[in-house]
Design a protein. Structure first.
Length: 144
């Protein structure tokens, strides 16, 4: 990664399952690219229990209503988050693959040429049964 394209990326994820909330926070160095009508956020995430295991994450912000999360590693996903719509998305884990429903409630896009913020809230379902309610906040700042 080119040093001038390095950004400090802070991610806060909140997942609620059966009334129990779990929160994860991550700060890392990653890449950020803003193009007309699109933004790309890339970063590596390491397993808490085994730091030798990592995943590459790419978040494509395609509009104020559409965000795609692509994760490659031990768990592979391609989640399509489109405000007001439900999408069936592929989710592959070491235990097997499945299709999950993703319904997006909120996308707040405040990204600009220097970084900015992104907030997304969505729910996951399997066979139309709610698995979890989720939200994430991303804060991007130029490194330096």
């Amino acid at each position: 990664m080119d040093k001038k394209n390095e950004y400090l990326i802070s991610v806060t994820g909140i997942q609620e399952v059966d009334g129990d909330k779990d929160k994860i926070e991550l700060q890392t160095i990653g890449s950020y690219l803003l193009k007309p009508n699109r933004a790309y956020i890339g970063y590596k995430e390491y397993d808490e229990d085994n730091p030798s295991i990592s995943s590459n994450n790419l978040i494509k912000v395609e509009s104020d209503n559409l965000v795609t999360i692509i994760r490659n590693g031990q768990v592979e996903t391609r989640l399509i988050l489109e405000k007001g719509r439900r999408h069936l998305c592929h989710y592959r884990t070491p235990a097997g693959s499945l299709m999950i429903g993703v319904s997006t409630d909120t996308i707040n896009n405040e990204l600009n040429e220097k970084g900015g913020k992104l907030h997304v809230s969505y729910s996951l379902d399997f066979n139309n049964e709610l698995i979890s309610n989720n939200e994430f906040y991303i804060d991007i700042q130029e490194k330096g």
